[in-house]
Design a protein around this ligand. Structure first.
Ligand SMILES: O=P(O)(O)OC[C@H]1O[C@H](OP(=O)(O)OP(=O)(O)O)[C@H](O)[C@@H]1O
Ligand SMILES: Nc1ncnc2[nH]cnc12
Length: 177
């Protein structure tokens, strides 16, 4: 069985779905049980890094993407960059506002202290829903001069169409629902 198939099965088995969270009409995918299971977490990291060959930096998105990003960066022998929600990093920062299924938010990365020009970045998050979050992250990184070599998520909610907002980037999801 491939790493992708094994991880898909783990994610399908362990994801906890919550109706009407965080607001009515949203069916929320909680991957906490996947990450808390030693085998499933290992399988997920193994599958994510398969698409990161050649990346020298892994960008993990606030907040659950941090867990995956750190694990993947170690496995790839790459650095890790935390793409933060607004207000967590000292200035100067680059900021992108975006919309998601349940509101508006902003992501930020440092505007100095890290040379991002020429870095080959694998961007990782837990869930791809409307795609606003990952589109904002990819835009921030390319604005800073980095090359986004791939985007990888654990779970893709296809009905929300997020993949179409990430045109131009190779997108891998371990499980599509
Ligand atoms: O594709 P989108 O519609 O943009 O949604 C996906 C994002 O939504 C969730 O994060 P959330 O903003 O809830 O933040 P959290 O990880 O801090 O809980 C999830 O972890 C993704 O980052
Ligand atoms: N339905 C959902 N489940 C988990 N994370 C999400 N982010 C946006 N929509 C989501």
């Amino acid at each position: 069985m491939t790493a992708l198939t094994t991880a898909s099965e783990d994610v399908a088995r362990l994801t906890r779905w919550a109706d009407d969270f965080p607001e009515p009409g949203v069916r929320f995918a909680d991957l906490t049980p996947v990450f808390a299971d030693a085998k499933a977490f290992r399988d997920v990291i193994d599958a994510l890094v398969e698409v990161g060959d050649g990346a020298d930096l892994v960008a993990g998105i606030d907040a659950r993407g941090f867990l995956l990003g750190a694990g993947a960066a170690l496995a790839l022998d790459a650095g890790v960059l935390a793409v933060r929600k607004a207000g967590k990093l000292p200035p100067p920062v680059l900021t992108r506002e975006y919309q998601l299924e349940y509101g508006t938010a902003s992501l930020e990365i440092p505007a100095d202290g890290i040379e991002l020009a020429g870095r080959r970045v694998l961007v990782i998050d837990d869930v791809l829903a409307t795609g606003g979050t990952l589109a904002a992250a990819a835009d921030l990184l390319t604005t800073a001069g980095a090359e986004v070599v791939g985007i990888a998520v654990v779970l893709e909610i296809e009905s929300l169409g997020g993949r179409s907002r990430l045109a131009g980037h190779p997108v891998t999801s371990l499980l599509r629902v």
